[in-house]
Design a protein around this ligand. Structure first.
Ligand code: ATP
Ligand code: MG
Length: 192
């Protein structure tokens, strides 16, 4: 199925000069970049992107508690409190300097891009993934430094999430319709 997904190359990617490295990995898959721009996000955009949504706050919080538990650490915050705390820090992170936003389109784009990104915590992300290869941050280092995990890239988690997020960062006119030269091969139909 042809899908669209939103990617944000977060401020650490831009500050570290890794924009080209990361985009190259995405382009080489044959997925298509259909929109791209540099954005100095404001608090309103950040607040919309990291929505004050109970389900998302709980999922972020629970992921952190589980990771701490695995290391034998007991956190004092509940999952919801942890999620709310992370949300506040994410809004500072994403607005601290410019990011690069892209819409990527193609067969199975959402899941494929998530696999290229790797796990949320770069310390545990598989080598070969963007977060695994280009960063070393962890929940522990982030939490003890009062900031979110710096993991270079955001990618939508589902097709529905992508539809909501793309609208925050792009107008319809900024999303382009065109053909890459390799599409005839990638989406080739057999003769039988
Ligand atoms: P993203 O949504 O950015 O693609 P993800 O889906 O892997 O990442 P989420 O659980 O949605 O991860 O968390 C959103 C972001 O919040 C993470 O990318 C990370 O920067 C930050 N984050 C999540 N949990 C924590 C935590 N416990 N401590 C610090 N930062 C966190
Ligand atoms: Mg997410």
């Amino acid at each position: 199925m042809i899908e669209q997904t939103l990617i944000i190359l977060k401020p650490d990617t831009v500050q570290r000069g890794l924009i080209g490295e990361v985009i190259q990995r995405i382009e080489k898959t044959t997925l298509k970049i259909v929109a791209m721009k540099m954005v100095y996000a404001n608090k309103a955009q950040a607040g919309e992107h990291y929505a004050d949504d109970q389900e998302w706050l709980m999922s972020v919080g629970e992921k952190t508690l589980k990771s701490a538990e695995k290391k034998g650490i007991k956190l004092s915050r509940t999952a919801l409190e942890q999620g709310q705390w992370v949300r506040q820090m994410l809004m500072d992170y994403i607005t601290m300097s410019p990011s690069v936003c892209l819409v990527i389109e193609g067969h199975g784009a959402v899941a494929k891009i998530r696999m290229l990104c790797g796990g949320t915590s770069p310390q545990e992300a598989t080598p070969g993934t963007i977060r695994g290869d280009f960063a070393i941050d962890s929940y522990m280092l982030a939490d003890s430094s009062d900031r979110p995990v710096q993991n270079l890239i955001h990618a939508s988690g589902t097709v529905e999430e992508a539809k909501r997020e793309i609208k925050i960062w792009f107008t319809d006119k900024e999303i382009h319709v065109f053909k890459r030269v390799d599409e005839d091969l990638v989406y080739r139909k057999g003769s039988s």
